[in-house]
Ligand binder design. Structure first.
Ligand SMILES: NC(=O)c1ccc[n+]([C@@H]2O[C@H](COP(=O)([O-])OP(=O)(O)OC[C@H]3O[C@@H](n4cnc5c(N)ncnc54)[C@H](OP(=O)(O)O)[C@@H]3O)[C@@H](O)[C@H]2O)c1
Length: 279
């Protein structure tokens, strides 16, 4: 079991939801925090809270899509703490909806933040961990990185890429003693859903029993830092769905297509009417 007291932890997307909850949880475990996101006011409020509770937190205004911000972030962390023990690559967003309704910018943005931003920051932090011959990179994916469902095309693609990146990197850096993990939560109660317009655009919601709080995910991340594993899926019953998706994809195909047929019945019917009309 790794002792995380005094360890230096970078959390991206620390201004809300899972990132903010995880920063609080690491701080309670006596880790030293570097908080990165674009909304500096929120980071400052969180840092104040952590410091009042006796912790340590550095605020780093960061847009992970900007190379200069990434360079500045790593420089500031080394300047203050001299090392990086844990990188929690959590910043991300979703733009959920039927593919033809997504704009090219919405599709591009998900890859720029969820995938390319994560890769760029990892690449910048890696030499530090290689010099230390230690470190733990925890990449936030999603259940959408394991089971791609209707309405989640671009988002799932950006998270599947995170899964592939994580798997290759884990094998690449193991000889340095660096651990690399993937975390795949199902639906979490955060601002993510509002921004992603999940319900408005597709009618899809996660069943209440499977919904998680940000604190529950935060605890899972801290547990993962203490006891590194390749991957964590939560809540655990979703592991069954992941296995089913691999062994019997036809079953998930059938169930999800049935859902879309109901959800989009009118559009499907009017498209069929249009075809007849064109004859
Ligand atoms: N909520 C869910 O159901 C769910 C499920 C599985 C996985 N996830 C994943 O969990 C992660 C956190 O999401 P959340 O649910 O906590 O949502 P959230 O409350 O909306 O938090 C997203 C965080 O990402 C940051 N962010 C967005 N764009 C950024 C950029 N260009 N540069 C730096 N930071 C950026 C935001 O900060 P600023 O806006 O201040 O920059 C914010 O702190 C995401 O990767 C998401 O895909 C969420």
């Amino acid at each position: 079991m790794t002792d995380i007291r005094g360890q230096v932890v970078i959390v991206t997307g620390a201004s809300s939801g899972i990132g903010a909850a995880t920063a609080r949880a690491f701080s309670r475990a006596r880790a030293r925090l570097a908080l990165a996101a674009r909304r500096v006011d929120r980071l400052q409020t969180l840092a104040g809270e952590i410091e009042r509770a006796g912790g340590e937190a550095l605020v780093l205004p960061t847009d992970v899509t900007r190379p200069q911000d990434i360079e500045a972030l790593v420089g500031a962390v080394l300047n203050r703490f001299g090392r990086v023990d844990i990188l929690f690559n959590n910043a991300g967003l979703g733009r959920i909806g039927w593919l033809e309704g997504l704009t090219p910018d919405e599709i591009r943005l998900q890859f720029e933040v969820n995938t390319l931003g994560l890769i760029a920051l990892t690449r910048a932090v890696l030499p530090v961990m290689q010099r230390q011959r230690s470190g733990h990179i925890i990449n936030m994916a999603s259940m959408a990185a394991k089971i791609a469902t209707p309405g989640y095309t671009a988002y799932a693609a950006s998270k599947f890429a995170v899964d592939g990146f994580t798997q290759a990197l884990r094998r690449e850096v193991a000889p340095w003693g660096i651990r690399v993990s993937l975390i795949c939560p199902g639906g979490v109660e955060t601002e993510f859903g509002e921004e992603a317009h999940i319900e408005r655009r597709t009618g899809l919601t996660t069943p209440g029993l499977l919904r998680l709080s940000a604190d529950r995910v935060a605890q899972a991340v801290v547990d993962l830092a203490r006891r590194p594993r390749r991957q964590v899926i939560l809540p655990w019953p979703l592991t069954i769905a992941v296995i089913l998706n691999r062994l019997a994809p036809w079953l998930i195909d059938w169930a999800t297509a049935r859902y879309v047929r109901t959800e989009r019945a009118e559009e499907i019917a009017s498209a069929a009417g249009g075809r007849h009309g064109n004859r």
